[in-house]
Design a protein around this ligand. Structure first.
Ligand code: AMP
Ligand code: MG
Length: 291
């Protein structure tokens, strides 16, 4: 059976971002329920996947706690402004136990971060053994916004693709399963989402006039994404491009990619580190406590 990951993975040889339809729904099951009401179907499917994720997460956490595994999972989200990163996190992570989750957002580097290598702050933000992490933006900003705005010279950012590949490969060796997702929206969808924010005072806080300035650089960003996606999609750490104009498809696709990543790890509850029968015996005599 074809897995969604095979449908959405970036093939570095042939991938073209401008050929991906942001309204597309690749890999969507063709069933009666989907044909009848795709939105309603997605809501149910995402809830069901959420339960699976929660079960996997608990097992991963338990096996790491008992020292059985150093494995950890990281969902890395990149997108143009209004691409839906926050909404995706809410939808996919909503049902998980916060104890086992590590969510990190990356903004412009602080003065301290600027003095370090660009991967420094990223390494510190990685999930610990047994955790499921999510990055809202990432080290890829260092070959996206940084490249579009010439924040460092070209001979510096152009070497970063290889540095990123080496960094991610080393983390994979160290037990990290990385699920790299670009949420791909159209410029028209971005415009609509910006306008929606202006229509609702409860959304003003999400509106950033700077996003409208960035919009003018759309093509430069797309070119930078094209390079990042193809130069950093490797066998161990592939990129996935998820069409994201339709939120119901996006949520289902990202939840599915994350679920399949955890399924391939197949974490197991650790065996008892004690003799169950002995412990039962020790507890067999009722005592005076609580009586
Ligand atoms: P937001 O995700 O809306 O909170 O915005 C975060 C902002 O931080 C975006 O405009 C990013 O382009 C910017 N940003 C993130 N990482 C970097 C970086 N390494 N260098 C410069 N700007 C960055
Ligand atoms: Mg923003």
């Amino acid at each position: 059976m074809t897995q969604l990951r095979d449908v959405l993975a970036v093939d570095p040889e042939s991938f073209r971002l401008d050929k991906v339809d942001p309204k597309g729904t690749p890999g969507l099951p063709d069933t009666k329920a989907v044909r009848k009401d795709a939105k309603a179907w997605s809501k149910e499917a995402v809830a069901a996947i959420g339960s699976e994720l929660a079960a996997y997460q608990e097992k991963l956490f338990a096996s790491a706690k008992s020292g059985q595994t150093s494995r950890r999972v990281l969902l890395l989200l990149q997108a143009m402004d209004c691409g839906g990163k926050d909404g995706t996190v809410r939808s996919v992570f909503g049902g998980l136990n916060p104890t086992g989750i590590k969510a990190v957002s990356f903004g412009p580097p602080t003065d301290e971060e600027k003095r370090q290598n660009f991967l420094w702050r990223v390494e510190r933000a990685l999930p610990a053994a047994g955790q499921v992490g999510v990055f809202n933006r990432s080290h890829y900003e260092d070959v996206l916004v940084v490249r579009v705005h010439d924040l460092v010279p070209e001979n510096v950012w152009s070497r970063r693709y290889d540095q990123i590949n080496k960094f991610e490969a080393a983390q994979a060796e160290d037990g990290l399963t990385l699920v790299k997702v670009m949420l791909h929206i159209s410029p028209e969808e971005q415009r609509q989402r910006l306008l929606d924010r202006l229509d609702d005072p409860a959304k003003y806080w999400k509106y950033n006039p700077g996003d409208v300035t960035e919009r003018a650089r759309w093509d430069d960003y797309q070119a930078a994404y094209q390079d990042a996606l193809t130069r950093c999609s490797t066998v161990a750490n592939p990129w996935f491009v998820v069409p994201a104009d339709r939120k119901w498809y996006r949520n289902w696709a990202v939840a599915t990619l994350l679920r399949d990543a955890l399924a391939s790890i197949d974490p197991q509850y650790p065996p008892a580190g004690f003799d169950v029968e002995t412990e039962r015996q020790r507890l067999s005599t009722p005592d005076s406590h609580g009586s």
